[in-house]
Structure formats: structure tokens, C-alpha cells
Design a protein around this ligand. Structure first.
Ligand code: G
Ligand code: G
Ligand code: NA
Ligand code: MN
Length: 251
């Protein structure tokens, strides 16, 4: 496939870029960190979505060097921010098959000079189910170092509730499909969102709602005591220069 060949050279050619989407602490309204999201500027095809190239990168194993680039680049970016801002990075299940994952993360933190507590790793339920032993070992090691672990897209996968208890998660990210249901909210969609927040709280996890697009959704999530929010209502993912402007007053 053409895309696969192009992807191999893209890393060397500097065609990948990270964009950053803020997450906001509901109670204070303050930005508490940014999620790094990968973008590919293809020389002929234009912008290729990660939804297209991440699966291909996973099939070919290219996700391992690409994921390493993401970790190093995002940590180096976060080193420029005020020390209370977190950097969240998405991990593919395939990255857990590499024995180098934990050392790569430790090295990325050390080279950037940021403390492990500022790094939040986002892992999906699918990742955990695919290879739960390897994922458990790596996440436990990272968690022991002080790295925060978030369960991404919660509610869309098939993990049992016991998984949530067993794995060292700090945060549950409520999938945006639940948040979008909150527009013109029915009682039922409100009850589901509230139940997810309470469930997470009862297990000692913090919560982020993804895909918040309206004031109405935010108000409902605030009433339900969701801790953090993220979505187009606040900001889309933006380039590094824009992040500097957004936090400009604070550096
Ligand atoms: O940003 P966007 O909505 O286009 O992202 C689409 C999907 O690609 C999301 O599921 C997101 O988690 C995933 N994604 C974005 N950046 C990365 C990355 O750096 N690594 C991995 N593994 N997935 C990513
Ligand atoms: O799977 P993951 O949660 O990592 O996906 C993140 C993706 O969601 C990003 O690619 C980002 O572009 C997208 N996204 C972020 N905020 C919103 C939003 O408010 N609405 C929608 N539809 N997508 C969003
Ligand atoms: Na994510
Ligand atoms: Mn998500």
C-alpha cells in the first residue's frame, strides 16, 4: 500500500506533528493540562487523520518508533510549560508488546527534565483486554514511578468492572458518545453520565469528560461533579505556538 511506504519515510522527513488539546478543571475553570494528538501532513494527500494511519502503523509495527517520537516530542513540549500543567499521551496496545516501552518513557521524562507526575498515559479498554499481563506489568511499573494512568474512551469497550479495580488507573475518561447524549438531555442520558462519575469516584478515580461541545453539557457535568472536561466548547487540538499563547500569561 502506498500509504504504508509513505509512512515509513514520514517520520524521517518530519511530516508528523503533535497538536495539543487542553483539559479544564471544572470547579476552577483553569486549564490543567493538554492531550497530545498526532497529525500527519502528507506531501501529496494533505492532512491524513490518525484514524487512518494509526491502524496501519499498528499493523506494520511502525507505531513503536512513531510512539517513541510522540513520547519524546510531547515531553519536550511540556518542559516549556508551567510545572503544574500535565501532558497526556495516547498509547497503542501494540506499544506494550515492546520491552522497551517503560525505559523509553523513563528516558523521555529524564531528557525533557519533567517529573513523572506530570505525565498522564491514556490507554483504551481494548489495549488492556488484548494483552492484559504485559499491560498490567508495564502500567504498574510506570504508576510506581509516579506516572498517572487514564482509561480512555470509557464505556465503549468490554472490560469487566474487576479490570478497573485491578489495574492502577488514576482517571476515567468518559467517552464523548455519552457526552453528546447530554444535548437536549433526557433523564436517561443524565442518569448514565452521573452513574459513570459516581462509579469512578467510588473506586477512587478522578474523571474527565471528553467531547464537551456545549454549555449545556458542561453545566450537566458540573452538576454531576465531573472533575475535568475537554472538548470543542473550550478548544480544538491546537499547534504548539498556540499553546504558548494560551498559557502565555502563566509562563
Ligand atoms: O485527533 P483525532 O480525533 O483525529 O484522533 C483520532 C484517534 O487517533 C483518537 O482515537 C486518538 O486517540 C488517536 N490518536 C491520536 N494521536 C495519537 C497518538 O499519538 N498515539 C496513538 N496511539 N493514538 C493517537
Ligand atoms: O480517542 P481519543 O479520546 O483520544 O480521541 C480524541 C479525539 O477526539 C481527537 O482527535 C479530537 O480531535 C477529538 N475531539 C476532541 N474534542 C472533541 C469534541 O468536542 N467533539 C468531537 N466530535 N471530537 C472531539
Ligand atoms: Na485520548
Ligand atoms: Mn478518548
Amino acid at each position: 500500500r502506498g500509504l504504508e511506504r509513505d509512512m515509513r519515510s514520514a517520520l524521517a522527513n518530519g511530516e508528523f506533528e503533535l497538536h495539543y488539546q487542553p483539559f479544564i478543571h471544572v470547579a476552577s475553570g483553569e486549564t490543567c493540562g493538554f492531550e497530545a494528538l498526532l497529525r500527519w501532513h502528507h506531501p501529496h494527500r494533505g492532512m491524513v487523520s490518525p484514524a487512518q494511519f494509526i491502524p496501519l502503523a499498528e499493523e506494520t509495527g511502525l507505531i513503536v518508533p512513531l510512539g517513541e517520537w510522540v513520547l519524546r516530542t510531547a515531553c519536550a513540549e511540556a518542559a516549556k510549560w508551567p510545572g503544574d500543567l500535565k501532558i497526556a499521551i495516547n498509547l497503542s496496545p501494540v506499544q506494550f508488546r515492546s520491552p522497551e516501552l517503560v525505559p523509553v518513557i523513563v528516558h523521555a521524562l529524564a531528557s525533557a527534565g519533567i517529573s513523572p507526575g506530570r505525565l498522564e498515559l491514556e490507554v483504551t479498554e481494548t489495549a488492556i483486554i488484548q494483552d492484559s499481563e504485559a499491560v498490567f506489568t508495564a502500567l504498574s511499573q510506570l504508576h510506581d514511578l509516579g506516572v498517572r494512568i487514564a482509561l480512555d474512551d470509557f464505556g465503549t469497550g468490554y472490560s469487566s468492572l474487576s479490570f478497573l479495580q485491578k489495574f492502577p488507573f488514576d482517571k476515567v475518561k468518559i467517552d464523548r458518545s455519552f457526552v453528546s447524549e447530554l444535548s437536549g438531555a433526557t433523564d436517561e442520558s443524565r442518569r448514565i453520565a452521573r452513574a459513570i462519575v459516581r462509579f469512578a469516584v467510588s473506586l477512587g478515580k478522578t474523571t474527565t469528560a471528553e467531547g464537551v461541545e456545549t454549555r449545556e453539557q458542561l453545566d450537566i457535568l458540573r452538576a454531576d461533579a465531573c472533575v475535568e472536561v475537554q472538548g470543542f466548547h473550550f478548544s480544538p487540538p491546537v499547534q504548539s505556538e498556540k499553546v504558548a499563547q494560551m498559557i502565555g500569561g502563566r509562563t
